[in-house]
Design a binder for this molecule. Sequence first.
Ligand SMILES: [Zn+2]
Length: 276
Amino acid sequence: MKHLTTFFIVVLIASAGFLGNGLYQTKIELNQTVTELLSTQNNLSQKESEILNLNSNIKDLKSQIVGYQFEIADKEREIKESENKIEELTEVTKSQEESISRLRDVLSDLDKTGNLISENYGETLILYDNSKIFELFRPLWKQVEDDEEDYTKLGIAFIYFRDESKKYEENVVLGQYNGLFDTIFIYSDTTNVKTIYHEIAHTIYKVLFQNNQNNKKIWSDLYKQLKENQLLSSQYAYTSEEEGFAEEYAYYKTGLNPNQPSAVKNMMEQIDESLR
Ligand SMILES: [Zn+2]
């Protein structure tokens, strides 16, 4: 939950973020190549049925009188052209199949070396470091996934559950959001779904508040009041307006603060409605 200094974030992006984004890119590439392959294969079978037609035409023509000889020559030229086209398409198909198998190798290598387990949540990739982490965090993620809210609307590239206990200045880091790539990391000391909601709330903040002065002012005013009256849900919420927002959203989603003011709950409810 603790946010790192800019320098530290950059280092982290370079390591973990890069691996995750690479995998995401590879998956997109794989999908595109499969689509291209399917369309080439369609073209190929179309050409093949054209040739069949032409061949049967020729048979018909040959059984008739000599005057058709020119026409036969034309048809035979068409066949030759179609056959060339088929050769071309077969080449394309072959190279597409090769690139698919190359991409699959990349993915399976990643699985072997990092035991990475992945699943899709819309356009967002959900990644787990290994089967132990998968068993641990799948139930937590399931709670979020089952929500009425469609968080894929926020454009999160991936949520990555790490087999890593992380510390920053003696504090345990549970999760981390990277606003540059819209990626979320959840670390192994996390035990509550609240952490996932907290990090998702950072993307909500970016999408709805960061570049919208009206929204920003509404939250800013509310935050000031909550702070002054000691009504924020956690100690960490006092860190900043943005962390305060992330904390309040997480407490709203989990109901962990029975005394959360209704002004906060109403605001979060409106945000959730926009995600349905
Ligand atoms: Zn945070």
